[in-house]
Design a protein around this ligand. Structure first.
Ligand SMILES: *[C@@H]1O[C@H](CO)[C@@H](O)[C@H](O)[C@H]1NC(C)=O
Ligand SMILES: *[C@@H]1O[C@H](CO)[C@@H](O)[C@H](O)[C@H]1NC(C)=O
Ligand SMILES: *[C@@H]1O[C@H](CO)[C@@H](O)[C@H](O)[C@H]1NC(C)=O
Ligand SMILES: *[C@@H]1O[C@H](CO)[C@@H](O)[C@H](O)[C@H]1NC(C)=O
Ligand SMILES: *[C@@H]1O[C@H](CO)[C@@H](O)[C@H](O)[C@H]1NC(C)=O
Ligand SMILES: *[C@@H]1O[C@H](CO)[C@@H](O)[C@H](O)[C@H]1NC(C)=O
Ligand SMILES: *[C@@H]1O[C@H](CO)[C@@H](O)[C@H](O)[C@H]1NC(C)=O
Ligand SMILES: *[C@@H]1O[C@H](CO)[C@@H](O)[C@H](O)[C@H]1NC(C)=O
Ligand SMILES: *[C@@H]1O[C@H](CO)[C@@H](O)[C@H](O)[C@H]1NC(C)=O
Ligand SMILES: *[C@@H]1O[C@H](CO)[C@@H](O)[C@H](O)[C@H]1NC(C)=O
Length: 581
């Protein structure tokens, strides 16, 4: 056994062709002596102990060198020629003229570097170059990658493999180092609920709206907080920001709201929330990273309209984190006020979708988070009644066609992803242009060619064809994932017999995700209008979707701003509040 080890070592080392560079393993004195002893015990004539074996030794160099341990020990001992880190050995195998030499000991021979480290042989020493993730003289230490606390915002770090770690982000954070706070919020939301006389009938709809909203957000000291102020003649705090610490608790409170009577003093309500409610004593969090949202739930028919708009304007200018949103709930909607009250016209919302929530989530999330995106991928159909009885095109007034033209302008198709198409209908229907990109000039030329064509039209049939064969198909240029909105231009004087048919058709469209806005251009308001408005509100999916547009430049502009509002929208994933990696 011992013999094998030593001769094996020597053989492999001396097997080199070049004799100048010896890298011998060090042979301990003990091992050498033991070897010699064994050799003497079993004499072999071929051992190079005599001069006659000179030539044999010359041709069996490694072997012979290995056999003269005693000579080497003696020679090396007497002159002690080598410095530490060197090894003394015989340079010639020939017993007749032994000489010695000193060679560096290969400190790397024992493979001292661990865990895949590379060894560098030096003078009486070695150094190790470690693989990533290891350190220490012999690369014996596994570096703790988590020691530098690379995970931000106090999130946990785990070493998953050598030289790597994983940050386990709590649900608020995302990113490799949990650096982004992409969970929307925290924010303090104040609902300003219009409880005036005109809103009594629709109080349930307001409550349903807020309920649907609150159900979708996490409530708590580190998330959203909700307070409620009711206002009619004067504003009152119904519950403060900390009264309800879970969404279910808020929902219970909402279900208990009682309505009252009085005028609508929106200005006072806004001043009240900004000055009285946004205070720590109501549980408001007045920190620079927490937004404050006032959500006005109203029909937009304030008694103090101009004052309300002034107050809103003042509040926008004073505090950039205080944002006013408006949602139109009512039996008839003052779009002109609703579009002007909020911090931005784009913060006005219909009550029949979740656009307000999505826009707020986008606003409440940190800059750089891309979960919620703005989109204007919308396909708009203009459905224009050309029958004698119900067309908005009356006498020699072009008001209704001008409104269509202005609608096209407001859609801003050249700068957005919005596409538009137009169909006129009387007894039959006719596509004026479809969604394929056309020049605005051509579109406008086609609009002004529209004229009254039939005695009698069928609005419900036109609506159903907008859904079925004619529109929202790929060949018309409609897009699968687009938001779809129909603008139905009529004078609203539908016979009673048709009202329920139209209502049915609009409901069907709503069920497949198509909103219908009823556009009623009129010369001016008159007594007849109240009836028309009632009937239009009745057929619409929600009264918010009825626009009566007077022939007055500023009215047209505001009404259209409101009417095209939901062609631009925010989309957030349904799991926005779930933990992400
Ligand atoms: C409002 O809802 C309550 C309870 O759900 C119901 O009793 C009441 O009749 C509703 N009022 C209206 C006007 O729909
Ligand atoms: C609302 O509360 C319920 C019960 O506490 C909870 O399961 C749900 O996740 C909450 N919704 C949100 C959006 O946090
Ligand atoms: C908020 O309302 C709750 C319940 O009405 C009340 O107990 C609390 O004192 C109020 N103020 C704060 C700061 O929570
Ligand atoms: C908001 O800021 C406060 C104080 O600066 C800080 O303690 C808190 O963690 C921050 N909250 C979030 C969600 O960033
Ligand atoms: C159309 O969109 C562009 C780019 O977003 C904008 O600068 C312009 O004001 C818009 N025009 C109208 C009429 O909204
Ligand atoms: C409607 O059109 C059909 C044919 O398309 C025609 O027979 C009918 O007389 C028209 N009705 C009216 C009221 O114009
Ligand atoms: C309108 O068209 C629908 C569907 O074709 C039809 O059922 C309905 O009777 C028509 N209404 C009128 C008033 O012609
Ligand atoms: C609207 O409906 C009422 C019934 O609610 C009816 O008397 C009236 O004629 C309709 N108005 C118009 C302009 O069609
Ligand atoms: C148009 O409407 C605005 C506001 O509704 C009003 O101030 C203005 O006097 C009206 N102009 C005309 C010409 O009627
Ligand atoms: C928003 O955009 C980002 C980046 O383009 C994308 O990863 C994400 O899925 C989008 N979110 C939605 C809800 O479309």
């Amino acid at each position: 056994m011992l013999m094998l080890i030593i001769s094996g070592c020597f053989f492999s080392v001396f097997g080199h062709e070049h004799h100048h560079h010896f890298y011998l393993p060090e042979v301990s004195e003990h091992k050498a002596k033991s070897f010699l002893h064994k050799r003497q015990a079993t004499p072999n004539p071929r051992y190079c102990t005599e001069i006659t074996y000179e030539s044999w030794c010359e041709s069996n160099i490694p072997y012979c060198q290995g056999q003269h341990e005693h000579t080497r020990e003696q020679m090396c001992a007497t002159s002690a020629p080598c410095v530490p880190g060197q090894h003394c050995l015989l340079t010639t195998p020939c017993p007749g003229h032994f000489t010695y030499a000193c060679v560096d000991i290969d400190e790397c021979a024992s493979s001292p570097c661990q865990n895949g480290g590379t060894c560098h042989n030096g003078n009486n020493l070695y150094t190790c170059t470690c693989l990533p993730g290891w350190t220490g003289h012999d690369c014996e230490i596994d570096i703790d990658e988590c020691a530098s606390s690379p995970c931000m915002h106090g999130n946990d770090c785990i070493e998953d493999r050598i030289n790597s770690y994983v940050c386990v982000c709590s649900e608020r954070y995302e990113g490799v180092h949990c650096e982004r706070d992409c969970r929307p919020g925290p924010a303090d939301i104040m609902f300003l609920l219009d409880t005036s006389l005109s809103q009594l009938e629709v109080m349930n709809r307001s409550i349903e709206y807020m309920t649907r909203f609150v159900k979708q957000i996490p409530i708590g000291p580190n998330d959203f907080q909700v307070a409620l102020v009711s206002y009619a003649f004067k504003p009152e705090l119904v519950f403060n920001f900390t009264a309800h610490q879970s969404n279910t608790s808020v929902l219970d409170a909402l279900s208990l709201i009682k309505s009252e009577r009085g005028p609508t003093t929106t200005s006072d309500a806004l001043t009240f929330v900004a000055q009285e409610i946004l205070k720590p004593e109501n549980g408001a969090r007045l920190l620079p990273n927490i937004s404050h949202y006032a959500v006005i739930v109203t029909n937009g028919l304030s008694t103090d309209r101009s004052e309300a708009l002034q107050t809103a304007h003042f509040l926008k200018a004073t505090d950039s984190r205080f944002k006013i949103f408006a949602v139109g709930v009512g039996d008839s909607i003052g779009h002109e006020e609703l579009i002007q009250l909020p911090t931005d016209p784009s913060y006005t919302f219909a009550p029949d979708n979740d656009d307000l929530l999505m826009a707020m989530l986008k606003d409440a999330v940190d800059y750089g988070c891309t979960d919620c995106n703005s989109s204007s991928v919308t396909d708009v159909v203009i459905l224009f009644d050309t029958s004698k009885a119900t067309s908005p095109l009356t006498g020699n007034s072009l008001h209704s066609l001008k409104v269509v033209e202005k609608l096209i302008d407001s859609l801003n198709v050249t700068n957005t992803d919005i596409r538009t198409a137009m169909m006129t209908y009387g007894n039959g229907s006719q596509i004026k242009f479809d969604f394929h990109q056309q020049s605005i000039h051509d579109i406008k030329a086609k609009i002004y060619k529209v004229s009254i064509e039939d005695e009698k039209g069928n609005t419900s049939f036109a609506l159903s064809s907008a859904q079925e064969k004619l529109f929202f198909e790929v060949y018309t240029g409609s897009r699968f994932a687009s938001r779809k909105i129909v603008y139905l231009f009529s004078n609203g004087k539908w016979p009673m017999t048709e009202i329920s048919e139209i209502k049915q058709e609009i409901l069907k469209l709503h069920d497949v995700g198509i909103s219908v806005n009823i556009m009623i251009p009129v010369r001016s308001f008159n007594a007849e209008m109240d009836n028309i408005l009632d009937n239009a509100s009745n057929v619409a999916f929600d009264p918010f979707r009825v626009y009566v547009i007077e022939d007055n430049a500023s009215s047209v502009s505001l009404a259209l701003k409101a009417a095209v509002r939901d062609t631009k929208y925010v989309e957030c994933p349904p799991d926005i509040f779930k933990a992400k990696q």
